[in-house]
Design a protein around this ligand. Structure first.
Ligand code: HEM
Length: 255
């Protein structure tokens, strides 16, 4: 629980951080993706280039901090973040990384005169409070998905059973679980987190895809970009899953 002094410090420093425009979010993004390769795969690779995702994250933390004394009013928004985090497989061990990068960015952007020990302590406590709320809410969703019929925890290997060219640019991928077991209920329009793995160059990345159709097996449709393997259509995730799709990357990219 934050003290009254810490709450006052947070409320006073959020506008200063926001008035610096992109300084905080850009610095945060650079430090986190530069120094913590383990979180890079969580961020969509196309968005890594633009920095859109880490900026969304840093802006989200600021927005939360602005409402630090009325967090109960952020219920629906928290649910949206929780769904996104679960789809991307954000885990409790990632939170200290984001927290360390955030505090470092605050210290370096505000400078020692403003970012005193009291300011950094207050931000550390505020971040921890938000992290605890999200970690707890995400654990409930992860448990629910694991316990549902056909559900699972973490990544589940799927095969691309069939590919169908829908047009010159769009290909549909028919997925089936490698273990042949049932798959949790899903609905067209639901977004699905995929971890795409490339053996060479060795890399993996998380992406969200929209399930276009399917009754017992999901069907995803991907659009090819000129400078990337496929487009990602992301928006609100109604139910979150994550799976590891075993695809042959060159064929994936070439389709
Ligand atoms: C207190 C901690 C955190 C807060 C308040 C927070 C908040 C947010 C918010 C508000 C968004 C934007 C959601 C939207 O666009 O609807 C977001 C996105 C995201 N967060 Fe978190 N986050 C936190 C921790 C983390 C951690 C620990 C990770 C893992 C490294 C993470 C990874 C992401 C990613 C990858 C996105 C981008 C999602 C997208 O653009 O689709 N976040 N976060």
């Amino acid at each position: 629980m934050l003290t009254a002094d810490q709450t006052a410090i947070i409320k006073a420093t959020v506008p200063i951080l926001e008035s610096g425009g992109e300084a905080l979010t850009t610095h945060f993004y650079k430090v986190m993706l530069g120094e913590y390769p383990q979180v890079r795969p969580l961020f969509n690779q196309a968005h890594q280039a633009s920095g859109a995702q880490p900026r969304a994250l840093a802006n989200g933390v600021l927005m939360y901090a602005r409402n630090i004394d009325k967090l109960q009013e952020l219920g629906p928004l928290a649910a949206q973040i929780v769904n996104k985090h679960v789809a991307l497989q954000v885990l409790p061990e990632h939170y200290p990384i984001v927290g360390a990068c955030l505090l470092r960015a605050i210290r370096e952007v505000l400078g020692p005169d403003v970012a005193t020990d009291a300011v950094i302590d207050a931000w550390g406590a505020a971040y921890q409070q938000l992290a605890d709320i999200l970690i707890g809410a995400e654990a409930i969703v992860y448990d629910k998905l694991a316990a549902a019929p056909g559900g699972w925890r973490g990544a589940r290997p799927f095969r691309v059973a069939r590919k169908q060219a829908e047009s010159a640019e769009i290909t549909s991928f028919y997925l089936e679980p490698a273990d042949g077991q049932p798959v949790i209920d899903f609905v067209p329009g639901q977004y699905l987190g995929l971890r795409l793995m490339r053996p060479w160059p060795r890399a993996s990345g998380m992406s969200s895809f929209c399930i276009m159709r399917g009754t017992v097996r999901p069907v995803l449709s991907a659009k090819r970009w000129r400078n990337g393997p496929c487009a990602i259509r992301a928006s609100a995730i109604s139910r979150s899953w994550s799976m590891a799709a075993r695809t042959k990357p060159r064929r994936w990219a070439a389709q």
